[in-house]
Design a protein around this ligand. Structure first.
Ligand SMILES: [Mn+2]
Length: 424
């Protein structure tokens, strides 16, 4: 199924006047607001969709498939294509190897191009044993005591780079499950040293225009320690690798109440925030819909991201990706909601009156600081999103149109009620 531009234009016709009225109202309420500049920024913001987010998510207890899941790599691209047609803000896909090994590279590239989709960061997998593997990752991968396990894991990452090169990707994300489940199981120093050496080898294998993103996570699947538990460890490893190695922040990979906005600020000041994975959580790495639990925290994070994008010229433009799982929701509906939440927080952060905030900070007017942030947060920025969508040819109300078109029903008819996406 494909959604044509003309269909979207026809849908939008019904709402165009309302969008113009709402914008006018917003302009009156916030005089001095550079409405068109903000709309352009929102329209330009692109978030990659990971190939594993297109099927139903599961937990370690089980997984309930969702009808019409994409069973092939082409179908995964088709789903991202649907999201992009509806929102014009999902113009990239992030592949996972070995779940997404292409059969015909040229055909796949053309297929992606026909949807207007680029290949974003490639993801390696050393947290599962593959069927024909001569070694096991049971006791670690890049951190392993066993040189043959390490070299197998390094070689896998090199293979992922080679696949990504053929698709036009420019970055590799490494997330490791490596760690220990019980005290004493692992020599922390040896594990970290092995990881550093392995990552350096992978880094050296990257083409000169590639970036390496090092993801961290404090626990799970190992519950006593992980070898890259936090941003500091990731930062140290990135520095040890070289200038094209960066830290990747995944919102769910923090202990409860961690001040993620401060981590973002520190990394951007050091020019080392490379990638960003969006999701939300109540308890742990819940991978819930972005903005579904703590939208204010997301806004505060975006406040630092916007500040960093404006001030830290040494930091590359971060690679944005949604890393969520949908449990019992329609994955595509969930992704539309996540995209909306990301853009809302971004738009709110763009509204922050930075000059007044700086003045209030200089004069220690703590009350004013809070007022300034919350003034932006409490502004209904949905008209700006709708205007940005209208401008870029997306559906003004993507979720509404998704349902009106009966996209899921179409997909079930096309692919069957029992098709399953590869992944966990
Ligand atoms: Mn992630």
């Amino acid at each position: 199924m494909r959604i044509k531009k003309e269909q979207i234009a026809e849908f939008n016709q019904k709402y165009e006047n309302t969008v113009a009225d709402e914008l006018e109202q917003l302009g009156r309420a916030l005089p001095g607001l550079e409405v068109s500049a903000i709309i352009n920024k929102i329209a330009e913001f692109q978030v990659a969709i990971p190939s594993w987010a297109l099927g139903a998510g599961g937990t370690r207890f089980g997984r309930f498939s969702f009808g019409g899941e994409p069973a092939t790599l082409e179908q995964k691209l088709d789903d991202v294509g649907l999201l992009h047609a509806l929102t014009q803000s999902a113009g990239a896909v992030s592949l996972h190897i070995p779940w997404d090994i292409p059969e015909n590279y040229d055909e796949l590239k053309q297929h992606a191009e026909s949807h207007g989709i680029l290949f974003d960061a490639m993801n390696s997998n050393t947290f599962q044993d593959q069927a024909d593997a001569p070694v096991s990752y049971r006791n670690g991968s890049l951190n392993s005591n066993d040189p043959s396990v390490r070299s197998h894991a390094v070689e896998h990452n090199k293979e992922v780079i080679r696949i990504g090169e053929k698709l036009g990707s420019k970055s590799l994300t490494v997330w490791l499950a490596d760690g220990s489940s019980f005290p004493g199981q692992l020599n922390f120093q040896k594990a970290l040293r092995n990881t550093e050496k392995s990552l350096a080898e992978i880094y050296e294998a990257m083409p000169a225009d590639w970036k390496l993103f090092i993801e961290y996570k404090p626990y799970e699947p190992n519950f006593y320690s992980t070898t890259i538990p936090d941003w500091g460890t990731s930062f140290a490893l990135a520095n040890a690798c070289g200038e094209r190695a960066y830290t990747l922040v995944d919102l769910g990979h923090h202990l409860p109440n961690t001040n993620i906005e401060q981590i973002v600020a520190t990394l951007m000041m050091k020019g080392k925030l490379g990638g960003f994975h969006f999701n939300d959580s109540k308890y742990g790495d819940d991978d819930l819909t972005v903005g579904s639990i703590r939208p204010y925290a997301l806004f505060l994070i975006f406040n630092e991201l916007v500040y960093g994008m404006e001030h830290n010229t040494g930091n590359p433009h971060p690679a944005w990706m949604i890393d969520a799982s949908h449990n019992i929701k329609d994955p595509l509906e969930d992704l539309i909601q996540s995209l909306e939440a990301i853009l809302l927080a971004y738009a709110q952060a763009l509204l922050v009156d930075r000059n007044s905030l700086e003045e209030a900070q200089q004069t220690y007017d703590v009350t004013a600081c809070q007022e300034i942030l919350q003034q932006a947060y409490r502004t209904d920025v949905r008209p700006l999103l709708r205007a940005a969508r209208l401008q870029s040819g997306a559906a003004i109300h993507p979720l509404k149109y998704y349902r009106e078109l009966g996209v899921r029903e179409h997909l079930i008819r096309e692919r069957g009620a029992n098709s399953r996406a590869s992944g966990l």
